[in-house]
Design a protein. Structure first.
Length: 634
C-alpha cells in the first residue's frame, strides 16, 4: 500500500515537473509551461529574445523583447505601466488562454483574449510575439498590435486603434523607465507628427521616415490597395528599428556588426549636417545646436557653423613644445567618417598620433574599432544623454590657451597649500581693526580631471595614462553620483559631490552653494575647495570629513555609543557656533534652511562642520526677515 502511494506521488511529481518545466532558449511557451527569471525564449533564427528585465538602480521589473545582438535595445514592453517589485516572476498561459505575468502576490494579464482552445506563445524572427492556436495556427493576439516606442521591419504601419485613431508610438518616461512619456508619434494629414502632450512638437514635412516610395536605405511595402498608405518597412537587415526616445527624438537606427553598436541613419532632431561645422547637436538639451568649446558662431546662429576662437599652434619642428591639447567630450555619438588607424592599439598612442599630425583635429579610441582620427572640418557630432549606453568618449584638439580656460587638473591640486591659504586669509580677516576682503578663490576643475580623479581613486592607480586607458576601454565604467571620497596624486583626501539629474538640485542650488561657502570662513563650516560647472555636470569638491555625518552615529544602535556626553555637547556647541556666524557675524547674513543630522559632517576629531548650502537664503545687510514662496529644505 505504501509502495503504491509512493509510486502515485512520484508519478504526480514527474507529471508536474514535465508540465511546468522551465523554458530557456526555446522560441515557444506552451500551455502549462512557465518562463521564469532569468530564463528567456529566443526566436528560431536567434534574432530576438524575450524575458524579464530591470534597468538602472531600481526594483522595477518588466517583461520585454529585445534584439539578441544588443540586450539593451528593448523593442517592446508588456507591462510598461505595471512593473513588479521583484525579479521572481513567471510568465505562463492560464486556463482561459491568456498570457499572464505573476509573482507570489499578484498577476498581470498581457493579453485580453478569452478562449477555450489550447494556445501557445511564439516569438518570431520579426520580433513579434504571437498568441495562437497550435493546431489551426490562427493568431489570437500579437505584440505588433500593442506598440510601445519602437517600430520594427514588417510591423503594420500605421496602427489604427479601436476608435479609428491612427497612432504609432509613445516614448519612454526616461532612459530607465519604460512607462509612457511625454512624446507620441501620430499620423496627421499624411505626415508623421511628434506631439509633446497634446501640442505638435515636430512634423516630418520632408518625408524622412514615411513615404510610399524608396527612402534612404529602406523600402516601403504596401499591404493593401485602398490607397491609405498602410503597409510596412523592409530593411537590408532585421537589426534595425525606428525609435521615439524619451527626449522626443525619432530616429532610424541600424546595428553594425563591424563595431558592434547602433548607428543613427536618420534623426528628427539631429538630421544630417543640421548643426553646421564644429558644432554639436544636443539630444537632451532644449537648444539643439551648440558650438563646441573653443569655437564661436560664424554667422548669427550655431546651426550656420562655428569657427575657432584661437588657432592651433601645431608644429612638427624637433624640440618644439606642444601648445595644443585635447578637450574631453563624454557621451558623444561621433561621425563615422573618421580614419581608422589599425596599427594603433592603445589610447596613448592614438592621442600621440593626432597630436603629432597638424592636420588632425580630433581622435577617439574604442577597444573594438581601435583608434579613429578626424581631419579638416567636423560635422554631425551628437551629445547624448548622460549614461547613454551608445555614448562614446571623444577628444577635440584645442589651443592650450583654450584648455586652460576649461579648468585645472584636479589630480595635481595641492590641498595642503589651499587650506593654508584659507587659514592665512581667515587669520588676517579676524585681526582687530582689519577690514580685508576674503581672498579665498574658488578653484575651477575640468570634467575630465574629475573623471580621472574618480577612476584613480576607485582603481588605486596613480598614472594618468593608465587611468585614461581604463576609462576609454570600459565605457560603461560606473561613476558615483552623490558624495564620495577621492584621493589626489599627493595622497590628500577630498570629498566629491556630483549632483544627479534626479536629485532635484540644479544650477541655482549649485551656484548658491558655491557662492555661499566660497565666501565664508569658519571652523564649523565645511570648506569648499572647488567646483566643476562644465556642460551639464554639477560637481562640488570639499575637504574630506573622515567620520561622515552626524546621522551615521545618531541612528545606529552601536555607533551611537561613540557619542558620549562630552562629545555631544561639543558637537551641539559647534553647530550653534556655525549658525551664529551665519546669522550674525559673517559678511553675508544667511539662513541655512536645510539643517539636519545628515548635513552635519564630522572631522577626524569628531568636530562638527555644517554643510550643504544649496537651499540657503542670503539676506540683505539690514534685513531681519525675508519671505519665501515655496516649501524648501527640512
Amino acid at each position: 500500500m505504501r509502495r503504491n502511494r509512493f509510486a502515485s506521488l512520484l508519478s504526480l511529481l514527474v507529471f508536474v515537473f514535465l508540465a511546468f518545466q522551465a523554458i530557456d532558449g526555446a522560441d515557444t511557451i506552451e500551455q502549462g509551461q512557465l518562463l521564469t527569471y532569468p530564463d528567456t525564449i529566443i526566436s528560431a533564427g536567434g534574432k530576438f529574445e524575450l524575458g524579464f528585465f530591470s534597468l538602472g538602480n531600481t526594483d522595477k521589473h518588466y517583461l520585454g523583447i529585445w534584439h539578441k545582438v544588443s540586450n539593451q535595445s528593448i523593442v517592446w514592453v508588456a507591462n510598461r505601466e505595471y512593473p513588479f517589485p521583484t525579479k521572481f516572476l513567471n510568465l505562463s498561459i492560464n486556463g482561459d488562454g491568456k498570457l499572464v505575468i505573476s509573482d507570489d502576490k499578484s498577476d498581470y494579464k498581457v493579453t485580453d483574449t478569452t478562449t477555450s482552445r489550447t494556445t501557445e506563445a511564439l516569438l518570431l524572427d520579426s520580433g513579434n510575439l504571437v498568441l495562437r492556436d497550435p493546431s489551426s495556427l490562427e493568431v489570437l493576439w500579437e505584440s505588433f498590435d500593442d506598440t510601445t516606442n519602437t517600430i520594427l521591419p514588417e510591423m503594420p504601419f500605421p496602427y489604427v486603434d479601436k476608435l479609428g485613431h491612427k497612432w504609432l508610438l509613445v516614448s519612454w518616461r526616461n532612459l530607465t523607465d519604460p512607462a509612457p512619456g511625454l512624446f507620441s508619434l501620430e499620423l496627421e494629414h499624411g505626415s508623421l507628427s511628434i506631439k509633446k502632450r497634446s501640442e505638435t512638437y515636430w512634423t516630418d514635412t520632408h518625408n524622412l521616415f514615411w513615404s510610399p516610395s524608396r527612402v534612404s536605405n529602406r523600402s516601403w511595402k504596401s499591404s493593401d490597395t485602398s490607397g491609405d498608405g498602410n503597409g510596412y518597412w523592409e530593411f537590408p537587415n532585421t537589426s534595425a528599428e525606428i525609435v521615439l526616445d524619451a527626449f522626443g527624438q525619432l530616429k532610424l537606427q541600424s546595428w553594425s556588426e563591424d563595431d558592434q553598436r547602433w548607428h543613427t541613419l536618420v534623426s528628427s532632431k539631429c538630421s544630417y549636417h543640421k548643426c553646421g561645422v564644429f558644432s554639436i547637436c544636443s539630444i537632451p538639451g532644449e537648444k539643439t545646436c551648440l558650438c563646441l568649446e573653443g569655437f564661436r558662431p560664424i554667422g548669427n546662429r550655431e546651426s550656420e557653423g562655428c569657427g575657432r576662437k584661437t588657432k592651433l599652434q601645431c608644429s612638427n619642428e624637433e624640440g618644439h613644445v606642444d601648445t595644443d591639447g585635447f578637450l574631453f567630450l563624454p557621451y558623444v555619438d561621433y561621425p563615422s567618417d573618421g580614419h581608422v588607424l589599425k596599427l594603433v592599439t592603445n589610447t596613448a598612442d592614438c592621442k600621440s598620433e593626432c597630436l603629432d599630425n597638424c592636420s588632425c583635429i580630433a581622435y577617439a579610441y574604442d577597444y573594438k574599432l581601435r583608434c579613429s582620427v578626424w581631419y579638416e572640418d567636423l560635422f554631425d557630432l551628437k551629445q547624448l544623454p548622460q549614461n547613454d549606453i551608445d555614448g562614446k568618449s571623444f577628444y577635440l584638439k584645442l589651443a592650450s590657451s583654450e584648455l586652460i580656460k576649461n579648468g585645472e587638473d584636479l589630480l595635481k591640486f595641492d590641498l595642503e597649500m589651499s587650506l593654508q591659504a584659507d587659514d592665512i586669509d581667515l587669520n588676517e580677516a579676524n585681526k582687530p581693526g582689519t577690514h580685508r576682503k576674503n581672498k579665498s578663490k574658488l578653484q575651477l576643475f575640468s570634467f575630465e580631471a574629475f573623471l580621472l580623479q574618480q577612476i584613480n581613486f576607485q582603481l588605486q592607480i596613480s598614472s594618468v595614462k593608465a587611468v585614461l586607458d581604463l576609462f576609454i576601454r570600459y565605457d560603461n565604467f560606473s561613476l558615483p553620483l552623490q558624495g564620495s571620497p577621492g584621493v589626489l596624486l599627493k595622497g590628500d583626501e577630498i570629498a566629491v559631490k556630483r549632483l544627479s539629474r534626479r536629485s532635484g538640485q540644479g544650477w541655482e542650488e549649485l551656484k548658491n552653494e558655491a557662492i555661499v561657502i566660497a565666501k565664508l570662513q569658519h571652523k564649523n563650516l565645511v570648506r569648499l575647495l572647488g567646483c566643476c560647472p562644465e556642460r551639464e555636470e554639477k560637481i562640488l569638491i570639499y575637504e574630506y570629513m573622515p567620520n561622515k555625518s552626524l546621522d551615521f552615529f545618531l541612528f545606529d544602535p552601536i555607533k551611537r555609543r561613540v557619542l558620549d556626553w562630552e562629545t555631544r555637547v561639543r558637537i551641539t556647541e559647534g553647530i550653534a557656533q556655525g549658525l551664529l556666524y551665519l546669522h550674525q557675524y559673517s559678511r553675508l547674513r544667511i539662513i541655512h534652511r536645510d539643517l539636519k543630522a545628515s548635513n552635519i559632517l564630522l572631522d577626524s576629531n569628531m568636530n562638527p562642520k555644517n554643510s550643504d548650502f544649496g537651499m540657503a537664503r542670503i539676506f540683505g545687510g539690514e534685513e531681519l526677515q525675508a519671505n519665501t514662496s515655496r516649501i524648501v529644505g527640512t
